[in-house]
Ligand binder design. Structure first.
Ligand SMILES: [Zn+2]
Length: 473
């Protein structure tokens, strides 16, 4: 945009135009107030503790999710947000049921497992079959049909970053089914194991038989692989009662800080309220929604009045459908969409924040996915974001990457709205992700407070700065 320059120099900020460097100068003091406020807070984790310990995990369609919705409405109101309301969303209701995996031969022992989300179940008597191990899809394709038909295929793909390795969890079942397999086991998508299975969603390919699929631990995947590599026959019995109940009524939860000058223009920020049906959904994504709410509450408490509206959204059904993100986008209409200047998602855990990643329209990236091609030219939006990021240098959260976003804001990004993902160090996030171990104790209070600081500064400046981030792409 060329609206900056002379006019802005004469009347800084009064005229809603700025250069990137003016951003830093203009917002240094307010960023310090927000950061100091976030770091001094002693109660910022109370809401997350309640959500984790008193409500617990909350998969779409569950009674716990209904409790979490009511709690979220109360908490948005008590944080001082306005226009707090729910937005109805129909969600799928997948039920895990009783499940088990037992190695029958060469030795009999239980295998810790978690059925993959959206998987079908097994027949009542289970599926008992020999295991065929492959490390990747190429090895599966190279097997003769006889080797796969009626067998349990185990994908023992070593972790090569979440974005890359999760492919086996998402489409492995249908790939193996197309080759004639009866069921699938997937090595848990994690860099580290304490014999903990990690669930997560699968997506069946249309026209291919739907077969049951479950995650096993790194340790058991490797043990089975070692045995079969020596020609030892490994037999597993898999029993799963997984099924879908009818779709359930649920909702996104929404609250706002109305803009003081351009209330129709919106910076939307949040994460997802639902979780998997294991652990407490503490880091994924209780930490993201509660850090976003705390960030907005802090802006309110400090009496700051951003020019545009800051809208906090707790989206629903991120984990096994994405219905909340789609419903939010669909309810906007063309004008509402145009009025969105930026979307921010925090769904990578509240470990130490390092900055933000900007996904270009239509190409959001998951946390932990590969970096973009080297040499990609920085867009004007990136220049502005780097200036905002520099305000977070005191807490080391000043990195701005040309790569980011989140599942809930993907529909907005696909429509051209710039989407930002809050980035954390990710030191342990995928160790706990989608497991029984994603519990409140994993959230470090200092890291959480720094995440609140990072979110509050980014939300506030994007909502207040002269330029619309969406005009800068
Ligand atoms: Zn998540």
């Amino acid at each position: 945009m060329s609206r900056c320059g002379l006019f802005a120099a004469l009347v800084p900020f009064a005229a809603f135009a700025a250069t990137p460097s003016e951003i830093t100068t203009h917002y240094t003091d307010v960023a310090k107030r927000l950061t100091d406020g976030a770091l001094a807070d002693q109660h910022s984790l109370d809401r997350l503790e309640f959500l984790c310990d008193r409500i617990g995990n909350r998969i779409s369609g569950s009674p716990a999710l209904d409790q979490a919705l009511a709690f979220a409405v109360d908490q948005m109101k008590s944080a001082g947000l306005r226009n707090v309301h729910t937005q109805p969303v129909k969600v799928p209701h997948w039920v895990r049921g009783t499940e088990s995996a037992v190695m029958m031969a060469p030795v009999e022992r239980k295998l810790p497992m978690l059925g993959l989300g959206n998987s079908v179940g097994t027949p009542d008597g289970g599926i008992t079959a020999d295991v065929v191990v492959v490390a990747n899809f190429e090895q599966l394709s190279a097997l003769l049909p006889d080797r796969v038909r009626g067998k349990i295929v185990l994908f023992d793909a070593p972790y090569q970053g979440y974005g890359r390795t999760v492919t086996y969890r998402i489409i492995g079942a249908s790939r193996a089914a197309a080759a004639g397999a009866a069921a699938v086991l997937v090595r848990s998508i994690t860099p580290f194991g304490l014999r903990t299975p990690h669930t997560g969603t699968l997506v069946y390919t249309q026209g291919v038989p739907q077969i049951p699929a479950a995650a096993v631990t790194i340790e058991d995947a490797e043990a089975i692989h070692r045995l079969t590599a020596q020609g030892v026959r490994v037999t597993v019995q898999l029993k799963m009662q997984a099924h879908f109940d009818p779709d359930a009524d649920s909702a996104n939860v929404i609250g706002e800080i109305p803009g003081s000058e351009k209330p129709e223009e919106v910076v939307v920020a949040g994460g997802h309220l639902d979780s998997w049906d294991v652990g407490q959904g503490a880091q994924d994504d209780g930490s993201g929604i509660m850090a976003t709410l705390e960030a907005a509450g802090l802006i309110q408490r400090l009496g700051l009045k951003p020019r545009r509206t800051i809208r906090v959204v707790f989206w629903v059904n991120e984990e096994n459908g994405g219905a909340g993100g789609r419903a939010y986008r669909d309810a906007l209409g063309d004008q509402g969409l145009h009025n969105h200047v930026a979307a921010i998602e925090m769904d990578g855990g509240a470990e130490k924040p390092i900055g933000f990643g900007l996904g270009e329209g239509g190409h959001p990236r998951m946390p932990g996915s590969d970096t973009p091609p080297a040499g990609a030219p920085p867009s004007k939006a990136i220049e502005f974001l780097r200036q905002i990021g520099s305000l977070l240098t005191p807490i080391g959260a000043n990195q701005i990457q040309n790569n980011g976003g989140g599942s809930d804001i993907e529909p907005l990004m696909a429509a051209g709205i710039p989407g930002l993902g809050e980035l954390s160090s990710g030191a342990h996030y995928f160790d706990w992700h989608h497991t029984e171990a994603d519990t409140f104790d994993k959230v470090n209070p200092q890291d959480f407070r720094e995440s609140v600081a990072a979110m509050s500064v980014m939300m506030y400046v994007l909502a207040d700065m002269p330029e619309r981030l969406s005009d800068l792409q």
